[in-house]
Write a protein that binds this ligand. Structure first.
Ligand code: NI
Length: 178
């Protein structure tokens, strides 16, 4: 496996709509997924989308750490998962502000309005269909990673850029800004 170089905000690959994967079971996708998981874990991230590693295809990986799970049945802690050619649909109209960071925007965080719950479906690297609903942190990470596949970075979703700041400052003052 290989650690991949992460594209940072300003690189055009992050603003493109990524292409669908023709064969989720192909060996190139298996290698990409393994490398993305290794890269995400090395960087201490909770999600990573293929465009972030300069591959403009519809693949993302994610995990739900114990410390981030809300405990809801559709927000359970899990190790690295993959979703290929995913589709996300909001459930209901309710939104919530979530504090997000991004490996492509190192050192910064911001409060982003997100749907409270989403339904998702897609494929895993064995070509099996994966589907379910997500709430809490899982809903948050899926919306963030899905946006990457459509060329959207979290600041583009923010409705108030005053709610963005550096990690250290947000850790100190960020809760007051929600
Ligand atoms: Ni990101």
């Amino acid at each position: 496996m290989t650690l991949l170089k992460i594209a940072r905000m300003g690189h055009p690959v992050l603003l493109r709509r990524a292409d669908a994967v023709t064969d989720p079971t192909g060996p190139d996708i298996a290698r990409l997924v393994a490398d993305m998981i290794e890269t995400m874990e090395d960087a201490g991230g909770v999600g990573l989308a293929a465009p972030q590693v300069h591959r403009s295809c519809r693949v993302f990986v994610y995990r739900v750490p114990d410390t981030r799970s809300s405990g809801a049945p559709d927000d359970q802690p899990c190790g690295p998962q993959v979703l290929i050619n995913p589709h996300l649909t909001p459930i209901g109209k309710e939104t919530v502000l979530r504090l997000e960071g991004c490996l492509s925007i190192p050192g910064l965080r911001g409060w982003v309005p997100r749907h409270t719950r989403v339904a998702y479906h897609g494929y895993d690297a064995q070509g099996r269909q994966v589907k379910g609903t997500a709430s809490g942190f899982l809903a948050n990470v899926m919306q963030h990673e899905y946006d990457h596949l459509n060329g959207i970075l979290y600041p583009m979703r923010m409705n108030d850029l005053a709610k963005m700041g550096f990690d250290t400052e947000m850790a100190r003052y960020g809760e007051e800004q929600a």
